[in-house]
Design a protein around this ligand. Structure first.
Ligand code: ADE
Length: 223
């Protein structure tokens, strides 16, 4: 899976992408993540990427020319990729979408900044996604969220294939059941007996009940 990310702040991605699973996925050749610095496509000697909005209003708007040039440069290197703009105006990003995206040969993620994009950029975008009903300072964190959630679904990225399968949101109507590890007792709290007796069917049943209870309590909207 090839993931290209267009951003004004490529350095923001250094920590998250150079560690843990995202790093391992790249090391193993399962994901190729490339950052494109929008500034390099800026206009004139000042490499301008934004301007004031027509019609007035606060803030700056990302100009179409640099962004479309960056999208086209990324597309040339990642021809089958789906172009996705991160914006609070997009469709809500959910696990089912992560699974769809993980099947694709490539993604081009666009992280906006300032007050938004010139609308004409959307002609070159396949889809707009929001990671939730709150407004962040830019699309960088949302692009990281999408990249992380997609890469972990690529076969071979996680240790056991099962771990991506079991969790909350694989079944979008159920949250994950509680997990325990050693020691069997910690500050007076014991691991539930059912998990200690190794009875597979009972463990399954208990986990399902726990998942249902937790979902009823925390996310009744999912049921
Ligand atoms: N940019 C700013 N806020 C965002 C959000 N919630 N989702 C996607 N992109 C964003």
């Amino acid at each position: 899976m090839k993931i290209d990310i267009i951003t004004l702040f490529p350095d923001m991605f250094k920590g998250p992408f150079d560690m843990s699973m995202l790093w391992k996925a790249q090391e193993r050749g399962l994901a190729q993540i490339k950052l494109w610095d929008l500034r390099e496509f800026g206009l004139g000697t000042r490499r301008t990427v934004d301007d004031t909005p027509y019609g007035g209003g606060d803030g700056m708007v990302l100009k179409p020319e640099p962004m479309v040039a960056a999208i086209e440069a990324a597309k040339a290197k990642n021809p089958g990729a789906r172009v996705i703009a991160m914006t609070p105006r997009g469709h809500q990003y959910v696990q089912a979408k992560a699974r769809q995206l993980a099947e694709l040969p490539g993604l081009i993620l666009i992280a906006g900044h300032y007050e938004g994009f010139d609308e004409r950029i959307m002609t070159y975008v396949d889809e707009q996604l929001s990671i939730g009903d709150y407004v962040l300072t830019g699309g960088e964190l949302p692009a990281m969220v999408v990249a992380d959630s997609v890469v972990r679904l690529i076969p071979g990225v996680l240790g056991g294939e099962q771990s991506a399968h079991d969790e909350s949101f694989s079944d979008p109507s159920l949250l994950e059941y509680p997990q325990y590890t050693r020691p069997v007792e910690f500050r007076g709290e014991r691991v539930p007996d059912v998990l200690l007796n190794g009875h597979h069917a009972e463990i399954e049943k208990w986990r399902r009940q726990q998942a249902q209870e937790r979902t009823r309590e925390v996310r009744p909207d999912l049921q």
